[in-house]
Design a protein around this ligand. Structure first.
Ligand code: CTP
Length: 399
């Protein structure tokens, strides 16, 4: 599958460096030409001989070593050959160095001089991973095109439990295959949804308090708009019902604005029977003011409380009489992601639910888990919402 592809695997100093041997082995079995580059700290954890044996290529450990003695400018020659660079495990140190543009050893120099896609698989203690400086460095790298295979939550080598464990080798290699084969991209260009009718909701509703104030949420609408665009690009007939969002209307979609939960309820009910699939990506308010004031409220009192009542749950309503419509919901959960998503899937009688975390709000990237009614769970590493939109459509229509 990866014949003719050159992959550089950068290994930095973390205990999960032993798992990188599995990554190299998997890539090798898929036919890739794998070159391992190790930092000094990495050598403390795994011997270069291990990687040399598995990759069947010399292991690069210094900028001026013998490994690439035949080429005039070794780091340039290798980085130009590469179709993909993976750094696994990536410590806080390498992330910091890359974010600052440093090139003081073989690995950083090779990365700095390369133009191919890069996948970073961080691994570190939870406190380090959550350190705002590390977070800022990661964001900076993401904005210049680095791809992240976000660490998983679990028991760490230091005994702590939390986020920071390197993503599984299998996941990292799947991501690598995606980049290297561009299979998914080619599929995204196909017109495979011609004849399908899809209703997508997007954005965050605003529940009016008085003429100038409302209860709202931080949804940007990016995910819903990306799904609508992806579906239209693939030939589907798309109705996009949008609450508040500053996204541009995608081409070839029918865009209907519905700024409040009630307006969205009415529009969805109006169009529900014309569609084969309904994807509720909108962040619909759960509560709305009991009374809506038509004059601007004055700040007469020191304290003020607002009575709220539940809004109509649009998805739950749709789930009561589906008539063959395939129903997709989103679940935004700060904890027990999969468990809570499954509960919503059952409660609302959905066919599929896309679970994500609040950090995805407003961001161009998201990390999602797709759970379907047959209890099949699929996790997608952090990726652009445009790409995830295609993966969601693939799961609905292809598998
Ligand atoms: N949803 C809806 N109507 C509502 C509230 C939510 O159709 N009044 C839909 C959302 O569009 C989403 C799914 O229900 O697809 C789940 O929304 P979420 O906010 O995650 O969950 P809730 O059901 O609102 O429950 P909670 O806020 O308690 O987690």
């Amino acid at each position: 599958m990866l014949k003719g592809k050159t992959v550089i695997v950068g290994v930095t100093g973390g205990i999960s460096a032993y798992k990188t041997a599995d990554i190299v082995s998997r890539l090798n079995k898929l036919g890739a030409n794998v070159w391992v580059v190790m930092t000094n700290a990495a050598k403390e954890f795994v011997s270069p001989l291990t990687f040399r044996t598995i990759s069947k290529n010399p292991v690069i450990t210094t900028l001026f070593g013998e490994e690439l003695a035949n080429s005039a400018v070794p780091h340039i020659s290798l980085s130009q050959k590469a179709d993909l660079i993976i750094v696994a495990p990536a410590t806080a140190n390498i992330i910091g160095k890359l974010a600052q543009g440093m090139a003081d050893d073989a690995l950083t120099t090779i990365i700095m001089s390369s133009v191919c896609p890069k996948i970073i698989a961080p691994a570190m203690n939870t406190k380090m991973w959550e350190n705002p400086i590390v977070e800022e460095n990661c964001s900076k790298l993401k904005t210049v095109g680095f791809n992240f295979c976000e660490p998983e939550v679990g028991l760490l080598a230091c005994g702590d439990e939390g986020s920071g464990r390197m993503s599984e080798p299998k996941t990292i290699v799947e991501r690598a295959v995606e980049f290297l084969t561009k299979k998914e991209k080619q599929k995204d260009d196909k017109k495979d949804l011609v004849g399908k009718k899809i209703l997508v909701t997007a954005g965050g509703t605003q529940e009016s308090i008085d003429p100038v104030r409302f209860i709202g949420n931080r949804s940007s609408g990016k995910m819903g708009y990306a799904i609508a665009k992806a579906a239209a690009d693939r030939g589907a007939q798309v109705v996009l019902i949008s609450a508040n969002s500053n996204q541009t209307a995608p081409l070839n979609t029918t865009l209907i604005y519905a700024d409040s939960s009630q307006a969205m309820y009415e529009e969805v009910m109006k169009h529900r029977h014309d569609n084969n699939v309904i994807i509720m990506a909108a962040a619909v308010a759960d509560y709305q003011p009991k009374i809506q004031f038509f004059q601007k409220l004055k700040k007469d009192e020191d304290e003020f409380s607002l009575d709220l009542k539940k809004t109509k749950d649009i998805l739950e309503e749709l789930g009561k009489s589906k008539n063959g419509t395939y129903l997709v919901g989103f679940a935004l959960e700060s904890d027990n992601l999969i468990e809570n998503a499954k509960e919503k899937l059952i409660k609302k009688n959905l066919d599929m639910i896309v679970a994500n975390e609040p950090s995805a709000f407003g961001d161009d990237y998201s990390e999602i888990s797709i759970v379907d009614k047959n209890d099949r769970i699929e996790h997608f590493c952090k990726a652009k919402k445009e790409d995830l939109a295609h993966r969601i459509l693939d799961r609905i229509f292809i598998s």
